[in-house]
Write a protein that binds this ligand. Structure first.
Ligand code: ADP
Length: 396
């Protein structure tokens, strides 16, 4: 009896594990997506399984997700109860950092794993969790092909002038570079544009990935030219709890005048700032839009202001603009943010159609708008599943 070939996708964050199951007998088709949140604290499982099957949403016991390994065991048990015959022949992993050399997905050999461990200091908050997820998956599926897909890889096409910082040269050689992140999302959007708007894809496009993490990427011909994130995923736009771009002098001040340790500053910049810090209320855009307080409105104002600034900067880097694409939880759902970003942007060729924007249409600019404005839902898991399937195909 032959069973359907399936690929498992894993995205291990600091306290969460996102997973997907894909039928890869043809173009990857999703069978299940889900996540376990609050690993090690008060874990919770959420998963959906497509038509005819009820979604699952329940609290877990602490032991069911004490760490990434037990969380993976719990997720796999859930998947097995839904699809008892499925056996993953490949596992695709989201890995935040691929360093200067990995510009595409890689099969995880011991040598690649060694290199990824070496890169951990560049992404100390994310990379170790990604690697823990890989270790757990190798143990669970010793026979499966393990594939890594990097958030940095998509940006390796950007020119050197956008890769360097104005530091003494030795640091560039040591890896202190502008890597850029959210690459799986940009890769997906680039592919979607090629499919649904091939002429736009060939042109100058700015993609705004606005979720809990947020960044923007300028592309020409579907390839990254510049992005707002740099050495770490802290730079660029303000985010749910991250500062975004900030004068590094603030770090010296916090250490020297406020007496903070470097770990405290890191915690402040990554976890207490951004929309949460400015609003004093929430990192969640829906909550801020509903709140209507002065502080919540100021947080929204700052978010929009920085997006508009980066839009101008990226358009200059691209030499003009043919399309602006919104994606991510905020980009795909918030009519208000899209409207405010595009307000008065006629000078750059953007004219929003309020009705189309209100309907969440794919094209939300007017027919007269010189540059097109689009909403394209992103799908990072699918990019990982495709990579896993492609490697399986080439192995025969
Ligand atoms: P992550 O980066 O964790 O994957 P998401 O892409 O899911 O995050 O985006 C989460 C953000 O999207 C949250 O700030 C949430 O409030 C926002 N969001 C989701 N739906 C809406 C909506 N209808 N209106 C405004 N913001 C929304």
């Amino acid at each position: 009896m032959t069973t359907t070939p399936v690929a498992l996708t894993l995205n291990a964050g600091s306290s969460s594990l996102k997973f997907g199951l894909f039928d890869i007998s043809g173009a990857p088709a999703v069978m299940a997506v889900g996540q376990i949140d609050s690993i090690g604290k008060a874990p919770r499982l959420k998963a959906s399984f497509g038509p005819g099957r009820s979604p699952v949403s329940r609290d877990l016991t602490p032991a069911e997700a004490a760490d990434h390994k037990s969380a993976l065991t719990t997720a796999l048990a859930e998947l097995r109860s839904q699809f008892p015959k499925a056996r993953a022949s490949a596992v695709g992993h989201r890995v935040v950092h691929g360093g200067p050399s990995y510009d595409r997905p890689m099969v995880l050999t011991p040598e690649v794993m060694e290199e990824l461990r070496r890169l951990s200091p560049f992404a100390p908050i994310h990379q170790p969790h990604n690697l823990a997820g890989i270790d757990a998956a190798v143990e669970a599926f010793p026979e499966a092909l393990q594939v890594a897909c990097f958030d940095t890889a998509f940006h390796r096409t950007h020119p050197k002038v956008n890769d360097v910082f104005a530091l003494p040269r030795e640091y560039y050689d040591k890896g202190v570079r502008r890597y850029g992140f959210h690459g799986l999302s940009y890769d997906y959007i680039s592919g979607e544009l090629k499919r649904i708007a091939p002429l736009i894809h060939e042109g100058r496009v700015i993609v705004a990935h606005l979720g809990n993490g947020a960044s923007m990427c300028g592309m020409i011909g579907g390839r990254s030219v510049a992005s707002t994130m740099g050495f770490t995923a802290l730079d660029g736009l303000p985010m749910g709890t991250r500062t975004g771009q900030i004068d590094p002098g603030v770090i010296f001040y916090m250490v020297q005048q406020e007496g903070m340790s470097i770990d405290e500053v890191r915690q402040l910049f990554y976890s207490k700032s951004g929309l949460l810090g400015l609003s004093g209320l929430s990192n969640d855009m829906r909550a801020l839009e509903a709140a209507g307080t002065v502080e919540a409105n100021e947080a929204i104002d700052y978010f929009v202001f920085r997006i508009r600034r980066e839009l101008g900067g990226l358009a200059a880097a691209l030499g003009g603009l043919d399309a602006l694409v919104f994606c991510g939880g905020i980009g795909e759902n918030s009519r208000l943010i899209r409207e405010r970003v595009c307000e008065g942007m006629g000078w750059i060729g953007l004219e929003l159609d309020r009705e189309r924007n209100g309907r969440n249409d794919t094209v939300i600019s007017t027919d007269m708008s010189r540059a097109r404005v689009m909403v394209v839902p992103t799908n990072e898991e699918l990019v990982i599943a495709r990579a896993a399937r492609d490697f399986l195909d080439t192995r025969g």
